[in-house]
Structure formats: structure tokens, C-alpha cells
Design a protein around this ligand. Structure first.
Ligand code: SAM
Length: 332
């Protein structure tokens, strides 16, 4: 079977698929969702394990997808996760397979995930101070995250990347501390600029912590130099720390967008294709799937969805409108 890839009219090819397995989460990060949570997707709209695996198979065998990253919500709360990973890594061609997780429960699952073929984990951790962790996530679970990270490392799920968002007035002074903590444990830290994807719509450009501020803060304690490896479509700008080998990344989605190099496509837990995090339109694959479409028909619908991808996310446009789904409902 030859693949006809997911290209768009601006010449980009999507090979990196982010699959949301649930919109539910066991943390309540203040910049992501309200304390009471959100109205979750009705169960019957969420793709079954078989449906998820079928769509991934279509993506890798007919559309040239080479990387699959499971996300959410929180992917570890999806009961079938280990089995979905096992079936994904058994596909031919085998996609590189990873998860983005808050690591709650990873201590229990890391070994089974590694045995199922999972290649890597990205763990979200914004602070290593207990009080700030509780304030940001509204849960007192820092110890579980730390244990999850250790278990992932022990299970060989590396290189382990830690993703951190800095928030004005809460942890914006903690960049060097987080970097030291991650380097001491062999984790690769990447800072992500906060984006207008919160369910509460309180993000503000003039209060977000910018990549420039993060550099200034890190450079008080460390010497940063651009890492030599080619950036390609990777969202993080990478820097060596104090001459290496450690690196730190900054994902400046807002202040230095990299949309021209984007190779990502997203599938929501309810089976909608999104060609961009900030897309205001989605294409329904669940309906096609449940109406008996063939693999090739699904693939063609997917290609059409990608062709319409806009050149950029448009956050700086005067008429920018935040997508109706928030980060956790899209799959971050
Ligand atoms: N629950 C998993 C986790 O915590 O990694 C996966 C989903 S979570 C939505 C994925 C990532 O999105 C996390 O690193 C989180 O910090 C980040 N995130 C959520 N809202 C964000 C926002 N408004 N701007 C930037 N990153 C955000």
C-alpha cells in the first residue's frame, strides 16, 4: 500500500499525529480549565479503542504519518491505553509512539506501557514547589508526578521531556530552579509559552510570560547557546546549557510562531480532525467511520481536512478568535 500524504496548500506535510484519548483530566490546572472541570464529552461520542486504532492505522498506512503522540485530557485515565499503545506499535509501518501526560498514575503504568512498545513520555510539570504545584493544579499531587517521572526513567521511556508553562506572579521566577532540578535527574526541560486556549478565556497577551523573559531569567544562572541540531519542524528552540551536554528548549508559540514548519495534525477524542490547535473548523471522521466508510474514504476525508490548513495560527491578527474547544478538549 502506498501512502498519499497529508499535504496542505502551503506545501507542508503532516507526519506527526496527536491523538486525544479523552477530554477528562485528574488535575485542574488554572490556566487550562476551571476548578469544577468542564462538561465532558458524552461517552457514546468518544471513539472506542477499536475506532482509535483503526484511524491510526489509516493514518500510518495511507497518509504517511510517522509519529503518534497520545494526549488528552489525561491519557493515563483512558482505561484501554496500554492496549491501544500495543496495537499502535504493532502497526506496519510502526510509528514512533509517545504520550504527553501529567504523570499521575505513571508510577503504576510505566512498565506496562514500555512493554507495550511505548517509546517516550513527555511529562507536564510547571513547578517543583509543593505549594505552587497545589495552587496551579488545584491538587496536592507533586509526589505522584515525581514518582511517575522516576518510574518512566526506570522503564526506559526516555529521553524524558518535561514541559513547563510559566505563569505571571506564580512560578515566573522559577525557570532556573526547574532547569537545575531537571538536569540533576537527566530530564530535558522545555518551556511552553502560555497560549489562548484556556476554557475560561482569561489569557492575555500583555500578561503572559514570553520566551524572551524566560531566556533573561535563565541567563542569570546559566550560559545558553543555540544547540547545533537542526530544528526542522520541532516546535522547541533548543539551547545547550553551560556548554552541554544538557539542553533546554523554549516553545515560543505566541511570540515566535513556527507555523511555516508545522508537521502536526490532531484527532480529538470524539473523532474530529483538527489541522491546527487554533483551527475553528473540524472534520468529522467519527461519523464517516460509523456510517461504514472504507479506509480509503476516511483517508480522503482526512486529506481534504488538511488541505484547508491556514498558513498560521493568527493569534496576532486583530480578528483572532479563540477556538471554541479549549486545550484539554482538543488534546494538547
Ligand atoms: N494531561 C496531559 C498533560 O498534562 O501533559 C496532556 C494534556 S495537557 C492539555 C498538555 C499540555 O498542554 C500540558 O503541558 C499543559 O501544561 C499544556 N497547556 C494547557 N493549557 C495550555 C495553554 N493555555 N497554553 C500552553 N500550554 C497549555
Amino acid at each position: 500500500m502506498t501512502a498519499t500524504p497529508l499535504v496542505d496548500r502551503y506545501g507542508r506535510t503532516a507526519t506527526d499525529l496527536r491523538v486525544s484519548l479523552t477530554d477528562r483530566c485528574n488535575l485542574r490546572c488554572s490556566y487550562c480549565m476551571p476548578a469544577e472541570g468542564l462538561e465532558w464529552l458524552p461517552d457514546d461520542t468518544v471513539l472506542s479503542d477499536d475506532e482509535v486504532v483503526r484511524l491510526i492505522r489509516v493514518a500510518v498506512s495511507l497518509l504517511g504519518v510517522r509519529e503518534v503522540r497520545f494526549t488528552g485530557g489525561e491519557p493515563l485515565v483512558r482505561r484501554g491505553l496500554v492496549d491501544i499503545v500495543r496495537r499502535t506499535t504493532a502497526l506496519d509501518p510502526r510509528p514512533e509512539t509517545s504520550i504527553t501526560t501529567n504523570a499521575l498514575g505513571l508510577e503504576r503504568n510505566a512498565r506496562a506501557l514500555a512493554d507495550a512498545g511505548l517509546d517516550r513520555v513527555n511529562v507536564s510539570l510547571d513547578t517543583v514547589r509543593r505549594d505552587d504545584f497545589r495552587e496551579i493544579t488545584r491538587r496536592d499531587r507533586l509526589d505522584d508526578v515525581v514518582a511517575g517521572l522516576e518510574a518512566a526513567a526506570d522503564a526506559g521511556l526516555g529521553p524524558i521531556k518535561v514541559n513547563a508553562v510559566l505563569l505571571r506572579g506564580i512560578n515566573d521566577d522559577q525557570a532556573p530552579e526547574l532547569l537545575r532540578w531537571c538536569m540533576d535527574r537527566g530530564y530535558q526541560l522545555r518551556f511552553i509559552e502560555q497560549m489562548p486556549l484556556d476554557a475560561q478565556h482569561v489569557w492575555r497577551r500583555d500578561t503572559m510570560v514570553t520566551a524572551d523573559e524566560i531566556f533573561t531569567s535563565l541567563e542569570k544562572d546559566f550560559v545558553l547557546e543555540p544547540a547545533e541540531e537542526p530544528r526542522g519542524s520541532a516546535p522547541a528552540e533548543l539551547f545547550t546549557v553551560d556548554g552541554g551536554p544538557h539542553t533546554v528548549g523554549v516553545i515560543a508559540s505566541v511570540t515566535r510562531p513556527f507555523c511555516g514548519d508545522c508537521d502536526r495534525v490532531r484527532l480529538t477524542a470524539d473523532g474530529q480532525v483538527r489541522n491546527c490547535l487554533f483551527a475553528r473548523e473540524e472534520s468529522d471522521l467519527r461519523g464517516a467511520l460509523r456510517d461504514g466508510a472504507t479506509d480509503e474514504e476516511i483517508a480522503e476525508r482526512w486529506r481534504t481536512a488538511m488541505w484547508g490548513k491556514l498558513p498560521g495560527h493568527g493569534i496576532d491578527d486583530i480578528e483572532f478568535l479563540q477556538p471554541s474547544r479549549s486545550m484539554s478538549a482538543i488534546g494538547g
